[in-house]
Design a protein around this ligand. Structure first.
Ligand code: TPP
Ligand code: MG
Length: 322
C-alpha cells in the first residue's frame, strides 16, 4: 500500500498537530493556566493517524480517556477542542465535557470516554448500524492494553465476530495501565493473540511506525468493508508523558522513556524515511511545523478569548437535571 506525496505530507501534518497540541497542553497545565485532568497522547501519534487515514467522515471512531490524538486525527476542529479544554461555551461540547468527553458526530467521532473500555461497545454498535443500513461505513474502537482486560472487550469481540461486523478493534499497547505494567495484569504478551479465541484475525503492528500501522489497518478495514468481519490490531506503542499530567512516574525509569524517544519516535522515524525515500525536503517539514505551531497558538487565543458558559445553561444538554 503506497502513500503518495500528498498523503505523506498529510500524515506528517496530522502527527505534528497531535504532538504540538499535547506539548502545549502540558505547558499550560503545569503553568496553572489550564484546569482539568489530562491524559496526553504524545508518542502514540502514528496509531491514530495511520488508522484514521483510511476513514472518511461517514466512518465512526470511539476513543478513550487519552482521546485528543484520536480527535485531531479524525478531523475535529482544534480551536473548538481547545475551547472545550478551557471550559468555554464555544467548545465542542459547549465547555461542559472537557478532555475526556470530546465528541463530534459531524466527523464521526463518537467520543472520548472516561470509562475504560466503554468505547468498544459504542464502536461495535456503530458497526452494527452500518451493517443494518448497508451503507458501507466502518467503525474503529481505540483502547488501551488495560481496557483489553475488561469484560466488554471480550463480549464485543465475540458478538462482532458472530455478526461479522465492519469494525476494527485497535488496542494501543503502551506498556502500562496507569502505574501497572502490562505484564503484571495481562495474561498474554501479545494482546493480538486474544483474537484467536473469537475466531478473528489478530495482527501486531509497530505503533511507532506510521507505515506499518497504515498498512495493517488498511488490510483490516478492507476486510471489514468487504463484509469479512472484525480484526484485532495490536499497536505496540509508548506514551511519553505520565498517565496524567502530574503523574510522578515512579513506576518507570527516565532512561526507559528517553531511549524510546531517541530510538523509536514516530515523527522522527517518519521524517527520516520520507526525506530519504519520499522526495520530501526537511525544509518542507519545518514549514509544516511552523504552520502547526501557529494553529496551536491561534487555538489557545481563540479559547482564552471565548466566554464561559452562563450559569443558566448548567441544566441544559444533560440527561438528568434534578
Ligand atoms: C471502568 C474503569 N476502571 C478504572 C478506571 C480508572 N482508570 C483510568 S485510565 C486507567 C488505565 C487504563 O489503561 P489502558 O487501557 O492501558 O490505557 P492507557 O491509559 O495506557 O492509554 C484506569 C484504570 C476507569 N476510568 N474506568
Ligand atoms: Mg496502556
Amino acid at each position: 500500500m503506497e502513500l503518495n506525496r500528498d498523503q505523506l505530507l498529510d500524515a506528517y501534518r496530522r502527527m505534528r498537530r497531535i504532538r504540538a497540541f499535547e506539548e502545549k497542553l502540558y505547558d499550560l497545565v503545569t503553568a496553572g493556566k489550564l484546569p482539568g485532568f489530562l491524559h496526553l497522547y504524545a508518542g502514540e501519534e502514528a496509531v491514530a493517524v495511520g488508522v484514521t487515514m483510511h476513514l472518511t467522515d461517514r466512518d465512526f471512531i470511539a476513543s478513550t480517556h487519552r482521546g485528543h490524538g484520536h480527535c485531531i486525527a479524525k478531523g475535529v476542529d482544534m480551536q473548538r477542542m481547545m475551547a472545550e479544554l478551557f471550559g468555554r461555551s464555544t467548545g465542542i461540547c459547549k465547555g461542559k465535557g472537557g478532555s475526556m468527553h470530546i465528541a463530534d458526530l459531524d466527523v464521526g467521532m463518537l467520543g472520548a470516554n472516561g470509562i475504560v473500555g466503554a468505547g468498544i461497545p459504542l464502536a461495535t454498535g456503530a458497526a452494527l448500524t452500518a451493517a443494518i443500513k448497508k451503507n458501507g461505513a466502518v467503525s474503529v474502537a481505540f483502547f488501551g492494553d488495560g481496557a483489553s482486560n475488561q469484560g466488554q472487550f471480550h463480549e464485543c469481540l465475540n458478538l462482532a465476530a458472530v455478526w461479522k461486523l465492519p469494525v476494527l478493534f485497535v488496542v494501543e499497547n503502551n506498556g502500562y495501565g496507569e502505574a501497572t505494567p502490562c505484564e503484571f495484569a495481562t495474561s498474554v504478551t501479545d494482546i493480538a493473540e486474544r483474537a484467536h479465541a473469537y475466531g478473528i484475525p489478530g495482527v501486531i503492528a509497530d505503533g511507532m511506525d506510521l507505515f506499518d500501522v497504515f498498512e495493517k489497518a488498511g488490510e483490516a478495514l478492507k476486510r471489514a468493508r468487504d463484509g469479512e468481519g472484525p480484526t484485532l490490531l495490536e499497536c505496540k506503542t509508548y506514551r511519553y508523558f505520565g498517565h496524567y499530567v502530574g503523574d510522578p512516574l515512579t513506576y518507570r525509569t527516565k532512561e526507559e522513556a528517553e531511549e524510546v524517544r531517541q530510538t523509536r519516535d514516530p515523527l522522527e522515524r517518519f521524517e527520516q524515511n520520507i526525506v530519504e525515500e519520499g522526495g520530501i525536503s526537511a525544509e518542507e517539514l519545518r514549514r509544516i511545523d511552523g504552520a502547526v505551531a501557529e494553529e496551536i497558538e491561534a487555538a489557545v487565543a481563540y479559547a482564552e478569548a471565548a466566554p464561559l458558559p452562563s450559569p443558566e445553561e448548567v441544566l441544559t444538554d444533560v440527561y438528568v437535571s434534578n
